[in-house]
Design a protein around this ligand. Sequence first.
Ligand code: MTE
Ligand code: MOS
Length: 814
Amino acid sequence: MSQLSQRPEKPVVGVSMPHESANLHVTGTALYTDDLVQRTKDVLHAYPVQVMKTHGRILELRTEPALAVPGVVRVLTVADVPGVNDAGMKHDEPLFPDMVMFHGHAVAWVLGETLEAARLGAAAVEVDLEELPSIVTLKEAIAAESFHGARPLMAIGDVDAGFADSAHVFSGEFQFSDQEHFYLETHAALAHIDEGGQLFIQSSTQHPSETQEIVAHVLGLHSHEVTVQCLRMGGGFGGKEMQPHGFAAIAALGAKLTGRPVRLRLNRTQDLTMSGKRHGFHANWKIGFDADGRIRALEATLTSDGGWSLDLSEPVTARALCHIDNTYWIPNARIAGRIAKTNKVSNTAFRGFGGPQGMLVIEDILGRVAPLLGLDPMELRERNFYQQGQTTPYGQPVLQPERIAAVWQQTLENGGVADRKREIAAFNAAHPHTKRALAVTGIKFGISFNLTAFNQAGALVLIYKDGSVLINHGGTEMGQGLHTKMLQVAATTLGIPLHKVRLAPTRTDKVPNTSATAASSGADLNGAAVKNACEQLRERLLQVAASQLGSNASDVRIVEGVARTLGSDKELAWDDLVHTAYFQRVQLSAAGYYRTEGLHWDAKSFQGSPFKYFSHGAAAAEVEVDGFTGAYRIRRVDIVQDVGDSLSPMIDIGQVEGGFVQGAGWLTLEDMRWDATDGPNRGRLLTQAASTYKLPSFSEMPEEFNVTLMENATEEGAVYGSKAVGEPPLMLAFSVREALRQAAAAFGPGGVSVELASPATPEAVFWAIEEARRGAASQDGPDARDEFAAVGQASNGQTTNGQARTDAAVLSGA
Ligand code: MTE
Ligand code: MOS
């Protein structure tokens, strides 16, 4: 077993415990960034001047009327920027734009004594705009060839030869929806300036170091003059990986110019209309199978909706490409990626970071073609699982393919899937207007940042002479339980009870150059850095203990806060040990560091081994669908997730449950709509509130929900044998979508391919049922959901002969 993965005697990792802030969360005493405002004197409030047009050139911006509003202190415009007028890392995101690029773009910010004064001031600012034509939908962008950023191409094998020896070839198109993060805490920042001109910014950010970097470049400062702290976030989900920087920079600029603390917090409508979302995608695809239903070749073009600026669209699109294989071996592939430039918010990271979008494409394909191949979808999926010795289309060997099959098999057993499929068949035979279906899908999700440099982390661990321990690390807490795990890691490595360890809020002046808490790698990276720091301290303390106990350091163990020597009953309590060490002048602080070994990635050739390991899981979902309305219920879900040896099982189960439900929300309920008409509100986000944007809640939870963590799953390459958990379970929700497709199909004659829009709202399911009833789903027609257009379109004008469509779908080489 590796040094990194080995657990000592009586480890604190692996013990189920509640989130370290659970009590604070549920009693309302946990402090979030904006809660600090009440505790701060003389705070100014910032309010955006949003232009409610979708595209245009700013001819003039008149701020004087705002200054006439009582309580308005200052209006921030581009003229105030001492450094670089850019809120991003790509230099395509002016903090104060001269072009309005999306509906609701903020072009200036007003500072007021009260929020209301700032709001009235913002309303008084006058903007003259020369309106320009806009591109709102992905289809419009594709037609206009409006793209930005990289155009990656991932290729392996010989695709043409693969198609030539395929027995069945299908092609199709699929477009699916974006998703709003809807974290409970909206974007927030609070900036202070001290007597030396140093800035201290409290920010709800997943990436404090980058927030610091952007604030510094906007203000023309060096990084050591700017400190960013994140107490915790009320959810981030990727939405606070890059988007907080500009807001923090506005608050910091205001503080610098006025000398007073400045607070910026978006209200929900502002957050919804100004911040980026999960990328919706469009996919064109062609797939070839041999006579046994094994994939021979896949050709696809994935187009992500990047919105107006690049933000994280390039790595998101790259991750989509890297996940189009999911758990399936594709020997010959040619997959192109491109990023549409549209007049919408700048789309960004969202749990899974493009992975879900890539995987959705292949799962949709398999769900659509299984009936055409005459195979049960489960059988088709199983036949294509990776086997030992096979590599991904980007050239990384899949080292634990047996886990793909193992979690799948265990899911079938836990869910009693074979029996239930029989019960469902009987139920369906007896119920013409209600159908049930059960679908099983699996996941393989790569862990690590594609950008190799991000795969490093630091920690600073302090032991005070009373024996108490304070840890600092570079990761941020957004509800995922990272801090809980870090406390458990520190207690385990030092050999002390958990209550001896506390954790300090994440700050850039404790650990420099940290990576975003993202890519699910927070615990892997920071855990290994905390462990490294604690190991250094333990080594020093073992020397001290050895001299006290009269033995060799290598024979001393510290377990549950007591140092003992092998073969002796002498003991030394932790507090005494630390006290002694202090008087012997032994250094009681240590900086830890970790870098993930063995990664390489060539973004140009799109080849390499960018991931330390893959995360695996499988889910079986049963749904019941009403044939009159398309309304449905999720009756039961069984999940088996591979988290290695869990660092904190209760936290991990919570992550699996939460991720799954968030995925089910994206795929079934959350229906983001943009006005794509030529009317006066073109480009406006129509779903601007919880009243129109439907989020999953308790009523949408599966009626029976069983989550099991894979056992004996030690991961050699990660801290204490664990695996990442944050994002992968989101993609288990494909099982719900596939179950809905199969239930819709059950209304029809069978053997028919059913297209299902995404999100599969009851309306979309209804149209899928209609298709199935007519036995007429097509393989080459447009996707059922064409942006803002009616969902029902795909059901119009189709042929009524399923077989005819099926034949038409079987192209060359058949
Ligand atoms: N869980 C909660 N409760 N809140 C969140 O914002 N973000 C998810 C996931 N789980 C999130 C969450 C995302 S997008 C990621 S990348 C991981 O947590 C980040 O944390 P980790 O690396 O510590 O797993
Ligand atoms: Mo998560 S999308 O990597 O913040």
